[in-house]
Ligand binder design. Structure first.
Ligand SMILES: [Zn+2]
Length: 493
């Protein structure tokens, strides 16, 4: 969009401190991370190649894990001697794949092409080498998470020691980095050859079902570049998720920091039946977002399909078919829900300050009711989407303590009604006589709580933005991303 930047795009820099300087000379700032997901339409050969890469990824993960386990048992006296950073794991695997031990493995598996005379992994040249490296990196992360969790340095649920990935039990997937040779073309490309296509190293140009226009435009104008691609098979289809580093949103869709700092919070309550109910402390900007009707119908269908699976004999072809039907249905529902959540998140983040009810997710896991667990999952996902979208827009998100009794408090006079039951759709205050929709009352309470907390923070110190933006970064800069190019998870039918 900017003259002089179309052909010779400067290499984007990562350091935000450096970025602050390059801003003045007109270089592009690629600071936002987003994902573009496309549904692949592979040929029969490509389908086999994708499955081979996913298998290789699983194989590399499992082999690396076995090497670590072996090292642990042989050096039992001092486990600290066993190194398991991603880097070490890559080197270990790369050394292993050329040994005779790896060669024997392929002779037993019998891929057809393997020669027993040669040592090393016979098919190692048939897949892109990065798949091995990325699988080792994944194992390194899993081991690091395990170590951190054991030392108590990691929040959330306890993380166990990584387990072997069993075929059929894990999502088939692999990851490829967009390692660009100096001055050369990047190996992962979009729309090279055909507009609706993604080119992957080791696999070639794969057609996709979705429109790639927004991403192509982002890359062509130097406002975005692909960092890596994750390819996964879900419900019988292959999808590619392209992780993109992109320029900030256009100032027109970003919040003015001066205005944002003074804006009242928009309280968001999940409601009893609604997906979300929003309002400011004085009842302004009130909005109610209902769950799409299609989702409740989908849940009925889900129960029916799940019953159909359990009725079929274990290990039978009919059971496999029924399970595939259920899987496809899950995937469709997921896409629909995602679409709805993005629409709600978009509406909410038009407000510069959003206050969300905090759900302690790990505390909710004991609940086995289907409707409840789906609602919890949707809320967690909505909070995540609102979080990063608000970050793109330069707004703020705060979470409200989950022990704050938002539904039981009067939003007008602050009196508490601890006896409020789930059946009561309207809040009636005994102290001041207020009658208000229960969810709206809760949303207004959340907003009031957040306003109050913000005033407290202002009294003690400066407030921070969702992404720690400096005010100067509001200045219009070259090549910003329009909202339509913000990046989405494309829902394919
Ligand atoms: Zn009252």
């Amino acid at each position: 969009m900017t003259a002089g930047l179309t052909s010779d795009v400067p290499e984007p820099r990562h350091d935000r401190a450096i970025l602050g300087l390059s801003d003045r000379c007109g270089c592009l700032l690629l600071v936002r991370h987003t994902t573009f997901r496309f549904c692949l339409n592979p040929t029969v050969e490509q389908h086999a190649a994708l499955a081979r890469h996913a298998g290789a990824s699983r194989f590399a993960f499992n082999t690396s894990l076995r090497l670590v386990k072996h090292a642990l048992t042989s050096k039992r006296s001092d486990p600290a001697l066993v190194s398991w950073t991603g880097f070490d794991l890559i080197n270990q695997f790369n050394a292993w794949k050329k040994t005779e031990a790896a060669g024997r493995v392929i002779a037993v598996d019998g891929s057809g092409a393997a020669e027993v005379a040669r040592t090393g992994l016979g098919w190692r040249t048939e897949v892109c080498q990065q798949v091995f490296e990325e699988a080792a990196v994944d194992l390194g992360r899993a081991l690091a998470a395990f170590t951190a969790s054991r030392k108590g340095e990691r929040a959330g649920r306890r993380v166990g020691f990584p387990r072997l990935k069993r075929k059929g039990r894990v999502v088939e997937s692999f990851r490829l980095r967009n390692k660009r040779p100096k001055g050369g073309t990047p190996p992962i490309r979009v729309g090279d050859g055909a507009p609706r296509s993604v080119t992957l190293p080791g696999i070639g140009m794969v057609r996709v079902h979705d429109d790639t226009r927004h991403l192509r435009r982002l890359i062509a104008t130097g406002r975005g570049r692909i960092l890596f691609a994750t390819v996964a098979r879900r419900a019988g289809r292959w999808y590619v998720s392209l992780n993109v580093e992109a320029a900030d949103l256009h100032p027109a869709v970003r919040h003015d920091p001066d205005h944002a700092a003074a804006a009242p919070h928009l309280g968001v309550d999940r409601g009893l039946h609604a997906l979300a109910v929003a309002a400011t402390a004085d009842g302004g900007a009130a909005a109610r977002f209902d769950n799409p009707r299609s989702l409740s119908a989908a849940m009925t269908k889900q129960r029916r399909l799940a019953r159909a699976v359990t009725r079929k004999q274990k290990g039978s072809a009919n059971r496999r078919k029924a399970a595939a039907r259920l899987g496809r249905h899950h995937q469709q529902t997921r896409h629909r829900r995602h679409h709805a959540l993005h629409a709600v998140a978009d509406a909410l983040t038009r407000h510069p300050r959003v206050a969300l009810e905090d759900l302690n997710v790990t505390g909710m896991l004991g609940n086995h009711r289907l409707a409840r667990s789906i609602s919890d999952a949707a809320w967690t996902e909505l909070a995540r989407i609102v979080g990063y979208r608000q970050g793109w827009r330069g707004g703020q998100v705060v979470t409200v303590d989950r022990w704050f009794p938002t539904p039981q408090t009067c939003s007008e006079c602050g009196a508490a009604d601890p006896d409020l039951t789930h059946a009561q759709r309207t809040y009636r205050c005994a102290a001041c006589g207020l009658e208000r929709d229960r969810d709206l009352n809760a949303a207004m309470n959340i907003a009031a709580w957040a306003d109050h907390a913000a005033r407290d923070r202002e009294a003690t110190g400066p407030d921070t933005n969702a992404r720690g933006e400096e005010r100067s970064s509001r200045r219009a800069r070259v090549g910003e991303t329009s909202l339509s190019e913000a990046g989405t998870r494309h829902a394919a039918a």
